[in-house]
Write a protein that binds this ligand. Structure first.
Ligand SMILES: Cc1cc2nc3c(=O)[nH]c(=O)nc-3n(C[C@H](O)[C@H](O)[C@H](O)COP(=O)(O)OP(=O)(O)OC[C@H]3O[C@@H](n4cnc5c(N)ncnc54)[C@H](O)[C@@H]3O)c2cc1C
Length: 377
């Protein structure tokens, strides 16, 4: 057992206790805020901190488990419980979980020793600026951040259009291209308080507005060596990519299940006519149950780097995006005018489901990568 794990006071929380504790926070703290988060863009910081203190952000991190064995399935399911109520907050959890995942996977033990405990407990909130990285490695766009080596670290310039779960005292993981080393890139943890770094509120969204999403502007930002996660960015991405994508199932599972539950909730009133609709709740439930089962099996090997394994993860991620769109449309059609009200869950779920489909890797990105992998096979 390593030094951080041996400092943990508790043994690992059993899954049912973790999910019960998460549900309790959702019911008492999050539920009263959901509409405010959605319509006013309120960021539920106290909920985020409370979830952290219940251990929600450390399940998938081997160093933060007394067993030393990561349980990514538990992380996914806890995110699912939150996303069932509010996927905006579910996405903020994904940001936090993914930030912890980067730190856990750091080649540099200093960054892990300094930050893993703080991020996995929610004492420090954090995010991930890796959409550009993942698109760049898939040949969709160029890397937006450029760094050059200087004494004791790197100077980084450029910008990222959207990074969520950020604030003045937050951190996030990102990757920059290294000038002077062909194809070279470096993965780093960025401190939002760093000199030359700016969080700019430049956009408003139709959903996920309560996620503190900012444009990140880097003007000669010095990133010291102790914040470098890996000076081989490509190797880092290869060993972390499966976990990054797998964790997103938490959002999808919660969103889809809530749509199914909405369809079911109007059955007593509208079942006599809703029976004429496509994508009925029982059909959707069967598809979701199959997807969840497959995702939890894949989540048992979050460190698998094999391309065939990653293809399965991408294929299932595509299924989740498509199923979210189908289920949310069905929730709208099942609830009719009631679901069309400004505060109705169905229309909120619809807007949230599009995020499952467009957040990197978006449906089009997934299809492109699957095509590339198929051609290489
Ligand atoms: C609410 C919200 C929160 C987000 N949070 C995060 C986050 O925390 N971290 C993160 O990394 N990302 C975040 N994103 C980004 C997100 O993951 C996706 O990358 C984004 O939604 C667009 O993805 P896409 O694949 O549809 O790209 P597209 O919109 O299709 O664009 C792909 C790229 O192609 C290029 N491009 C597109 N159109 C043109 C054009 N007309 N001319 C020239 N070039 C063009 C651009 O470089 C663009 O980036 C967030 C987005 C939203 C909406």
């Amino acid at each position: 057992m390593n030094s951080i794990a041996s400092n943990l006071l508790n043994t690992d929380t059993p899954l049912d206790e973790l999910l019960d504790a998460t549900r309790k926070i959702v019911d008492t703290d999050l539920k009263p805020l959901t509409v405010k988060i959605d319509l006013e863009g309120y960021y539920p910081e106290s909920v985020m901190r409370k979830l952290g203190s219940e251990g929600v952000y450390r399940q998938h991190l081997s160093d933060m488990r007394s067993s030393g064995i990561p349980d990514m399935g538990a992380a996914i399911q806890a995110m699912g419980v939150v996303s069932h109520e509010c996927m905006s907050t579910g996405f903020a959890i994904w940001c936090q979980d993914t930030c912890g995942w980067y730190i856990q996977n750091a080649a540099n033990s200093t960054v892990r020793d300094n930050w893993l405990g703080k991020v996995s407990s929610g004492n420090v909130l954090g995010g991930t600026g890796m959409s550009n990285t993942m698109k760049a490695f898939a040949g969709i766009e160029d890397l937006r951040l450029k760094g050059k080596r200087v004494d004791g670290g790197y100077i980084v310039n450029g910008n990222l259009p959207w990074v969520s779960n950020l604030g003045k005292d937050h951190v996030f993981g990102t990757l920059f291209e290294l000038e002077g080393r062909l194809g070279g890139s470096v993965m780093a943890l960025v401190d939002c308080n760093a000199e030359g770094f700016e969080l700019r509120l430049s956009a408003h969204f139709v959903a996920l507005e309560g996620t503190r999403t900012f444009a990140c502007i880097f003007k000669d930002v010095f990133i010291p060596d102790e914040m470098i996660i890996d000076d081989d960015g490509a190797a880092f991405l290869r060993r972390s990519r499966t976990g990054i994508v797998l964790l997103q199932f938490g959002m999808g599972i919660g969103n889809i299940q809530s749509c199914i539950d909405i369809c079911r909730s109007v059955e007593p009133l509208l079942g006599h006519v809703n029976g004429y609709l496509d994508d009925r709740p029982d059909e959707l439930q069967e598809e979701l149950d199959d997807a969840v089962e497959a995702a939890l099996i894949l989540a048992e090997e979050p460190y698998e780097t094999d391309d065939d394994y990653f293809r399965e993860v991408l294929q299932l991620r595509l299924t989740a995006g498509e199923l979210a769109l189908k289920a949310s449309q069905s929730a709208m059609l099942h609830t009719g005018a009631q679901g069309y009200l400004q505060t109705a869950p169905a229309q909120r779920k619809l807007r949230e489901s599009y995020f499952v489909a467009i957040v990197t890797p978006a449906i089009k990105h997934l299809r492109k990568e699957l095509d590339t992998l198929a051609q290489a096979a």
